[in-house]
Design a protein around this ligand. Sequence first.
Ligand code: OTU
Length: 654
Amino acid sequence: MSTDPEILLRNFLPVLQKAMPKKTAGLWPDLERRVTQNFPALHEAFYALYGHRYDFSDQLQKLLLVAVKSNTSRSTDLRALDSESEKKPDWFQDNKAIGGVCYVKQFAGNLNGIRSRIPYFKSLGITYLHLMPLFECPEGRSDGGYAVSNYRNVDPALGSMDDLKQLAADLRGEGIRLVLDFVYNHTSDEHEWAMRAKKGEHKYLDYYHFFPDRRIPDQFEQTLREIFPEESPGSFSHCEELDLWVWTSFKNYQWDLNYSNPNVLRAMVEEMLFLANVGVEVLRLDAVAFAWKQMGTMCESLEQVYTLVEMFNCVARIASPALLFKSEAIVHPDEVARYIAPDRCQLSYNPLLMALLWEALATRKTDLLEHSLARRFAVDPDTQWVNYVRCHDDIGWTFSDEDAAEIGINGYDHRRFLNEFYTGKFEGSFARGLPFQYNAKTGDARVCGATASLAGLEKALKEETDVEVELAIARVLLLYSVIFSIGGIPLIYLGDELAMLNDYSYLDDEVRHDDTRWAQRPRFEKSHFLAVKSPDAPAHRLYKGFRNLSRARRKAVALGGNHCDFVDVAEASVLAYSRKFDGQQLLVLNNFSERRAEVAVDVVQKILGASKFMDVLGAKSMTAKQLIEIAPYQSLWLVAASRRPGRKKKAVST
Ligand code: OTU
């Protein structure tokens, strides 16, 4: 059979139309349009991966049938959402977009608990809610939910699929989009596919990467990176039942899927579209980089992975146009950038900004941060960063060594310093973080810990030093102020606004004790929420600060879009950038030091084109003659002061 796209499309269309249930026949014109529009890209991607196969066109047709069938079972509400998003696909450029992320169980016990917290989300201005993996997974072998044994069942302890659907609808009704993980690189070894593979079923043996002995795994491992070297060394595990070796990039019970098999791609597309039809609007592509393997490479971010992502997109544009993707690639910034495109991931975590925010806080210098961002922050105007300060994982120091070298910093030494600083070993450090996955072979290590503990609150409270408590609170607000203003969706790691510290209870847990990431995944008790009401509690101060950030952001039209100009204000501890959107402009000055910083007034005047300004974050007008003072860890959001009504606009003198 021909592989020519035009001929194929002509052959496929009648087959697709015929496959539609009778009562959905009215959907065909729209579907036909979307299939036709997306077919060339889909064909190209599919051909790149599977074009060598004798059954190429059959496979492609099967994939399209999945897409079409899925669309016919989409609810009316979601279909309305689809047409809305086809008209206005860029909701994520809005200054009103604010994200939050939490574990269902830790945050609210179960899905109903999440629903009852909707007013709380709204109090923070959240419009984008990422619920961490909530699917069925094996007790004790779940990697915090990232070892899924059934993508179509909610973990029974959290509720049911119907509860999830209802929650998605309720959230949508309140203007909050639901974001879930798409753990697409691996399944749990207790997923039905893995169980059937263990029984020797050929179809499912082909779903994973198996090897009879260590020969090929050893060859592969020469170029692979170990992700969890301490507790799950290597990238392969021995499967007792089969006496075979299986590819496990992460923990030994997380089996990597074999995407060179088109049946795997189609099976995962079915799971993906199932989630889309539950009402999920953004899928976080977990561990996106690892899905394709090739001997002699690192098996991360290979060309084929980008192609896979493009394919997921094409299918989504046909079957569930409202669905977008967020890339979770905590890798070198060059690679992070390649996932971000309107036809790949429209959204992406910004691990570089995250890591360098902490770096600037430790060094009290913004040179590496500014130097790296000035060249790497800009992304396609139809895509957007999701900026974060902390998440459920470790902090990896994924800045570019080349960027660092350009300003005289040795990357290796600097990472060592940062690890020491944030684990509290460096003299004078305020941080109380924990080491994560030290690799003795490479010297590589990462850091865990709750935002407040890393920012100094844990130490300050223990030592009962009020001044330090103040500074720690200011540090947390400073980091969040940057992500609320720099361009992108700011993502609140829920609990940060409640000053939650490291939780050491994981140390007593048989399963979790060797995974320090649990330090920043505490259970939320009533007392945590109540603390907000006691004026002396850090939680009160932070919650108020977060609400203020949210208020200021939602008012600041200039914070829409993703364009950001970095400005050199000749003060080592200050990160400055200017944002423009819809004819409005805002200049942000952030002081990463416990010392006061100063910026010349004329620099600010020149940028804002005005002689008087307002700090919209502090809600104060600024009167400065020569120097603008920035208090320790303060962030100023400056706009030109509005002229009194009735007065004529003066000509700008030069
Ligand atoms: C992700 O993180 C999840 O966020 C983790 O919670 C999971 O354990 C993991 O995948 C497996 O599902 O290794 O330490 O470079 O990009 O994908 C965090 C690897 C991780 C990272 C990332 C991974």
